[in-house]
Design a protein around this ligand. Sequence first.
Ligand code: AIR
Length: 197
Amino acid sequence: MTHRSTNRPRDRGGREPEDKGPEMEIDLRKPVVGVVMGSDSDLPTVQLCLEMLEEFDVSYEVRVLSAHRTPEQVHSYASTARMNGLRVLIAAAGGAAHLAGALASLTTIPVIGIPIRTDALGGQDSLYSIVQMPAGVPVATVAIGDAGARNAALLAVEILALSDEELHARLLQFRADQRRSVARKNEALRQRIAEPR
Ligand code: AIR
């Protein structure tokens, strides 16, 4: 898969029904993950998601779109996402975080929601706004904040890896590296802390 192409203008403003999606093979040089955030103030958290996608060499595009401040653009983006070659959407928002749900209501590609931590309620407001979707319109919701941002990318990679063996191999390598890292920490800790006999 090729790397991100975040600066390519891909919003065509059309209102084509998303089910008129491409019938040909997925073009992996184009962005396959759309990462959307409610505000640029969400970027410090979302950055961790972008870095994880880059680690797997998954192409993505980023947008700032707000369910409340720019509802028309949210509609246009979601309803043309599949047709434009996107295969997964990741949506981060805080507070009354309706972005992921609004996107999910307008597309059939999987939507993953990242609840942004907030000053007022610690991100529980974001979490509940994202996770409590009505039956029929799912949003895969990850943890509040940094862990959630990383896991959103990993979940997107797992979805894409279902039909991409190379990506699947990278996922297996990632898990193996993670296991080795924990084993090293375990060893180091046991050396440092003497266990009572
Ligand atoms: N937000 C933006 N439109 C709708 C919502 N819920 C969220 C953003 C951000 C928070 O409001 O996702 O987490 C504050 O945005 P800002 O722009 O005031 O910093």
